[in-house]
Design a binder for this molecule. Structure first.
Ligand code: OOG
Ligand code: NI
Length: 462
């Protein structure tokens, strides 16, 4: 008998991402409509703007664009989160970043599971924004105890998924047959369930405390609540959504429209009411809104200096607005954002010279043809057109934007005030490991690209 070799975790992730997309398309028909709109917009942008096409070609991003998705889930207990971390690790995904959503009145804290190396991201950039409910923020002790007891009874993983996770850990990987089974089993955790695990009255009590609490506690598993494609022009998609029967939220989250996109811009459309059956009323159908649609446009990853500037300008615009952005003040918000962000250089050269963004450096044909340059500076190589700089794409999320997405999909009634805030330590304890610092990952990718240039051009950077 021949022994099957291990299959790369990156390929398992690629297959899982495809399986997730197929499942979601079946579960949420509007997702299919949104995907078509995004694909058409991306084709149009590439045809109309050769600069963007050229940049995506030279960074290799063009190959991952159509596969690019992020999903989101919410879990209820530390042990669910810790097992998820192990499940994602089988697919080469690690927890990156810590996001505290309590300042926005959402009782969760979160991380993003994703691949961390540029080569792995190239195979599959699939990522999952994963939130842990903070039951300690429920003030009523009886309700908290009830939520804990409901969560304690459920198992969100299939027995086979747990076995395959353990096998991958002990053996060091999965072969093709095992990986195929793993994808099927892992998918079950993210599936939508029409039947709730609580009675109608219990659901109402949980929901009255916070709609998000009902969403996490009242179901068998952490259904994927959205799956987001990446567009090259979010303003076009936002403008065209109504004509496709989709009503987007009032404002696009993140930075304003720019020549050189930075970080992440996102918009979403409301969760649909879905029929559900409660334990005491299997026939009478209740309704619950969990799932929504979202699209995103990604731009350059910012350095600590660039991020500080982004945060300052965003806060200044929001302070001046004096309220959460909504339908009534959307036009004023957009104008304020544009005015404040005029201070943020909007060119590759400007962002590079001021150290605001991370870049990847690529040798040019001209550089490869030149030889014997010896010791040179990066500035010299750029000036001579021996290397070129492409902004490194932002792979993560933004806390203020995520809060806006949560709020618009849960409804305004979902806002609450929590005295207790950020608790990364408790999150990491639940997770069973620490989260990775995204800025360090970008710096490493940038550094590797510089080393590759040194090798390819046989130069020593000084
Ligand atoms: C996650 C909301 C945040 C994003 O892209 O920032 C998010 C959730 O609703 O579970 O998806
Ligand atoms: Ni999202």
């Amino acid at each position: 008998m021949t022994v099957q070799p291990f299959i790369s975790p990156d390929l398992i992730r690629q297959r899982f991402s495809k399986a997730m997309s197929d499942m979601y398309r079946k579960e949420v028909p509007l997702y299919g409509a949104l995907m078509e709109l995004v694909e058409k917009t991306n084709r149009d942008v590439l045809a109309r703007q050769p600069d963007i096409a050229r940049q995506l070609n030279s960074s290799g991003e063009i190959e991952r664009l159509d596969r690019e998705r992020h999903g989101a889930i919410r879990v209820g207990t530390a042990s669910e989160l810790a097992t998820l971390a192990r499940l994602f690790a089988v697919m080469g995904m690690q927890p990156v970043g810590y996001y505290d959503l309590t300042p926005a009145g959402v009782p969760v804290h979160s991380t993003a599971f994703r691949a961390v190396h540029e080569e792995a991201l190239q195979v599959s950039p699939f990522r999952v924004f994963t939130s842990l409910l903070r039951l300690e923020l429920i003030e009523d002790p009886a309700l908290r105890a009830f939520a804990e007891s409901v969560l304690a009874k459920r198992s969100i993983f299939t027995a086979a998924a747990l076995q395959l996770i353990e096998l991958a850990e002990t053996a060091g990987g999965l072969n093709a047959t095992q990986a195929e089974e793993f994808v099927l089993q892992a998918l079950e955790t993210f599936r939508w369930h029409h039947s709730a695990t609580v009675s109608a009255a219990q659901y109402q009590t949980l929901s009255a405390q916070h709609r998000l609490i009902a969403d996490v506690v009242a179901f068998k598993g952490p259904h994927i609540n959205h799956l987001t494609p990446r567009t090259l022009d979010i303003d076009i998609v936002q403008a065209q959504m109504p004509a496709h029967g989709i009503t987007p939220k009032a404002v696009i989250e993140g930075p304003p429209r720019r020549q050189c996109p930075i970080l992440l811009r996102q918009t979403s459309f409301k969760a649909l009411d879905e029929p559900i059956a409660f334990t005491d009323q299997p026939e009478t159908r209740g309704s619950h809104s969990a799932r929504f649609g979202e699209i995103e446009q990604r731009g350059a990853a910012l350095t600590p200096k660039g991020r500080a500037l982004y945060d300052r300008l965003l806060n200044a615009a929001r302070d001046e607005l004096g309220d959460f952005p909504n339908e009534g003040n959307a036009a004023r918000y957009n104008a304020l954002m544009t005015r404040h962000f005029a201070e943020f250089p909007d060119s590759v050269a400007g962002m590079r010279e001021q150290g605001l963004a991370y870049f990847r450096y690529f040798p040019t044909a001209k550089g490869l043809a030149a030889s014997g340059l010896g010791e040179v500076s990066l500035e010299d190589l750029l000036r001579e057109d021996y290397v070129k700089a492409e902004p490194l794409v932002y792979e993560d999320f933004l806390p203020v934007s995520a809060a806006g997405i949560f709020q618009s999909n849960l409804g305004d009634a979902a806002q609450a005030h929590y005295g207790e805030h950020s608790n990364r330590q408790a999150f990491e304890q639940a997770l069973g490991r620490s989260t990775l610092d995204e800025l360090g990952l970008y710096a490493e990718t940038q550094q590797r690209s510089l080393e590759d240039c040194e090798k390819a051009l046989a130069v020593k950077l000084i």
